[in-house]
Write a protein that binds this ligand. Structure first.
Ligand code: AMP
Ligand code: MG
Length: 414
């Protein structure tokens, strides 16, 4: 019996552990997920300061320009004012410097003229608060700044830096990868023996994992001998949070992952109602979550995207797990197996009305890596549809965009 993709995705998420919370340095925090809400310990800015280079004034004193005023102080950023601004006087001030007592607005330098030494002509009127950054105008002390579950991007980390706080995040998973198959040789192999192919899956998986920001441990190529596989797997599970293999999980006589693990009973060998990516091994080995991905390179990618990537984000406590989808017009039409969720490799563009369009990026067999490399999205033809005519509508899963959908948004309330 084939399992529905979304049901299996929900089961995978249910079975993923949540990794421990740790305080992290700001360097390297990008890509980590907040384990706790962030409450600001301070106001940002902490003091009223100038938003422009110019002159600190009493707004009511300069409401009928042009007027000439005495410059009684000079306040660069990082210094403190030494005088109080009163009607008839102004202080020269630079962006980021504290507003002098008495002043309530900044007149930008562009709206002034130097007349004589120590005097300035104000050319434009000011209103109270002009170009003044208020205390707490960016973040209020005690307010909720970020919520647990947020995956940190550089601007989030820079807010943490400005608050002088270190984020509590979830540890990032350590992921062990290996390729299985007697036909596989390292990519560096110049001349292939008959029947041999270069191992491309590990390069793909390592790249996807690195891009996600998790730690990769590479256990190389393992032949189709159950003993060799079991010994490599023993090493891989030691110290890893998740193990990902490719190949050897389908119906072949030498499918080593299946042969080695079927008897243990901790890994299920499933048929998922999806294409590509029908065979999947999922469970635990020595209590470590285990994904046995298919061997075909495009299947590896699609299964990784649908199962492994969201699962790893879940171990990090992320709120958003699945990549964004946008509705699009399929220009060239397609017929698919109506019993499966089918992922079509497509290139995309937007028309003048802003609508997304997609067309096939090349051969759709699961071994055609080039069409995957050319693709910028997967067009999803869901179970029950089976045919999309040219000009029909599909959802595009945007494989180069960051994750944007929660579990509920992607899977409903399963
Ligand atoms: P399998 O599921 O092991 O029967 O593999 C399915 C197909 O994927 C076969 O054509 C394999 O040669 C191919 N394949 C398996 N592993 C890899 C790999 N690491 N790199 C490239 N192709 C692979
Ligand atoms: Mg194989």
């Amino acid at each position: 019996m084939m399992r529905r993709l979304a049901d299996m995705q929900a089961e995978v998420l249910d079975r993923m552990p949540l990794l421990a919370a740790v305080e992290t340095a700001l360097e390297g925090a990008v890509g980590s997920v907040l384990a706790e809400d962030v409450i600001s310990p301070e106001n940002l800015p902490g003091f009223q300061n100038a938003a422009m280079d110019g002159f600190a004034v009493v707004a009511s004193d300069v409401h009928r320009p042009p007027v000439d005023r005495d410059i009684i102080d000079d306040v660069p950023a990082g210094s403190l004012p030494s005088a109080t601004v009163t009607p008839g006087t102004v202080a020269r001030i630079m962006t980021g410097a504290p507003i002098p007592p008495g002043a309530d607005a900044i007149v930008p330098v562009e709206a002034t003229d130097m007349t004589s030494e120590g005097r300035v002509r104000i050319l434009e009127p000011a209103t109270v608060g002009d170009h003044v950054r208020p205390v707490g105008g960016s973040v209020r002390a005690g307010s909720l700044v970020f919520e647990a579950g947020l995956r940190l991007r550089p601007p989030h980390v820079s807010v943490m830096a400005s608050m002088g706080a270190l984020p509590m995040v979830r540890r990032r998973p350590i992921v062990a990868v290996m390729s299985t198959g007697d036909e596989l040789v390292p990519p560096s192999t110049k001349k292939l023996e008959p029947g041999a192919i270069r191992d491309s899956n590990r390069t793909l998986l390592r790249g996807l994992l690195t891009e996600l920001g998790v730690e990769v441990r590479d256990y190389g190529i393992v032949g189709d001998i159950p003993g060799s596989f079991e010994s490599a797997l023993g090493d891989a599970t030691d110290g890893a949070d998740v193990v990902v293999t490719s190949g050897g999980v389908s119906m072949g006589a030498y499918d080593v992952v299946k042969l080695a693990l079927r008897e243990r009973g901790t890994v299920d060998f499933l048929k998922i109602a999806m294409q590509p990516g029908k065979p999947l091994g999922f469970g635990t080995v020595a209590d470590v979550p285990f994904f046995g991905l298919p061997g075909n390179p495009v299947s590896v990618f699609v299964s990784f995207e649908q199962f492994v990537r969201p699962a790893l984000l879940a171990t990090m406590g992320a709120d958003l797990l699945y990549r964004d989808r946008v509705p699009a017009i399929l220009d060239d039409g397609i017929t698919t197996n109506p019993e499966k969720d089918v992922f079509v490799r497509v290139t995309t563009y937007r028309d003048n009305d802003g609508r997304w369009h997609a067309r096939s990026s090349g051969g759709q067999s699961s071994n055609v890596l080039s069409a995957l490399a050319f693709a910028d999205a997967l067009a999803v033809v869901p179970v029950g549809v089976g045919r999309v005519d040219p000009g029909g509508t599909v959802d595009l899963e945007m494989i180069h965009w960051p994750e944007a959908r929660t579990r509920e948004e992607a899977l409903g309330d399963r």
